[in-house]
Design a protein around this ligand. Structure first.
Ligand code: SF4
Length: 330
């Protein structure tokens, strides 16, 4: 029996390079080794302001981009969170086993509150509890994350432990699978690449558009003239090379940047060429899928059906262990 792996996909509307290098490319490597559940987390997405009329398309875009990038729906389960109502049911129950103090310590809540000052809602605060419910509903054992998400997995573990202590063994304690996530900064080189900050390159962007963005992207700011030596370790272009270029090219840039043998324009051109080579089949496949919404809905429906069966079974056990009414009492 393969271990169960759970991961959430934000329906952000446009999947960007940070998502691809930080998450999707790692998931693709893991789908043969684990029983993988990839959940498009629309309930999480509503904790910040959004346009309801765009949500369906955002969900389809997320599904298309992830499948286009290699998440083969025949090898893993892809589904939409709100199609399985047990996520929110379990989240409510888990709210009653974890303290306010635990949630107040979540650094991501503080960051998100800063970014959404006009809408600091309760959902934003209890977001990590819903995240714990997402994982525990499927008895997820492994959660691939970058370092910024470790705190939430620790919380999910704490919630599972507290629940098990109070109501009897029900959930496994999920473990983080720390993937090597290059911290991809935005084109400004200062803030993390993000859709909301509009500093990103989309996974399905055209080669011309990618070049326009790379051409103006910030490099090592201390390298003011062509002959100045650069420091690749503080340059976001170099970080992106690590995601798209060969080891040999990376080593070459590392040394030739420091000795000013290579200029930033040539360095960016090399990156552009490698990026376009890798992303073109993904863009083509994603666009093909976007035009075939029946196929995408079919994948998501199939995924939800499998998840509903598992979720019902888990909730049956949760209810029984908690002494709540179950269907057989009715
Ligand atoms: Fe960055 Fe490349 Fe310029 Fe060096 S040569 S500063 S790695 S863009």
């Amino acid at each position: 029996m393969k271990k169960k792996l759970f991961s959430g996909i934000q329906p952000s509307g446009d999947v960007h390079l940070g998502n691809y290098l930080g998450a999707i490319s790692n998931w693709v490597r893991l789908i043969d080794s684990y029983d993988c559940f990839f959940c498009i987390v629309d309930y999480h997405a509503i904790t910040i302001d959004y346009k309801p009329e765009s949500m369906q398309q955002r969900i389809l875009n997320a599904a298309a981009a992830n499948i286009g990038a290699g998440l083969d729906p025949d090898k893993c389960t892809i589904f939409v969170q709100s199609q399985v109502p047990e996520h929110t049911e379990l989240a409510w129950i888990l709210n009653s086993v974890i303290s306010m103090g635990h949630l107040e310590r979540m650094t991501q809540f503080k960051d998100k509150s800063m970014q959404n000052k006009g809408n600091i809602n309760v959902g934003l605060f209890t977001y990590p509890v819903l995240q714990a419910a997402d994982i525990l509903l499927y008895k997820g054992e492994v959660v691939p994350v970058g370092e910024d998400q470790i705190q939430h997995i620790e919380l999910a573990r704490e919630i599972a432990r507290k629940f098990n202590n109070k109501y009897g063994g029900t959930f496994p304690e999920p473990q983080e699978f720390l993937t090597e996530v290059p911290r991809i900064m935005g084109l400004d080189g200062k803030t993390k690449m993000s859709k909301s900050l509009n500093n990103y390159i989309s996974l399905v962007e055209s080669p011309d558009s990618i070049w326009k963005k790379l051409a103006s992207a910030v490099t090592d700011e201390n390298r003011k003239r062509r002959n100045d030596p650069g420091n690749p370790e503080i340059c976001n272009i170099f970080t992106m090379h690590k995601g798209f270029s060969t080891q040999e090219q990376i080593e070459e840039i590392r040394s030739s940047c420091a000795t000013a043998e290579i200029g930033c324009v040539d360095c960016k051109k090399m990156l552009h060429e490698n990026m376009v080579r890798e992303l073109t089949p993904i863009r083509e496949k994603s666009n093909e899928l976007i035009d075939d919404s029946d196929y995408l809905y079919g994948v998501l429906k199939r995924g939800a059906e499998r998840c509903k069966d598992i979720a019902k079974e888990t909730m049956g056990l949760v209810r029984e262990n908690m002494g709540l009414s179950s269907l057989k009492d009715c």
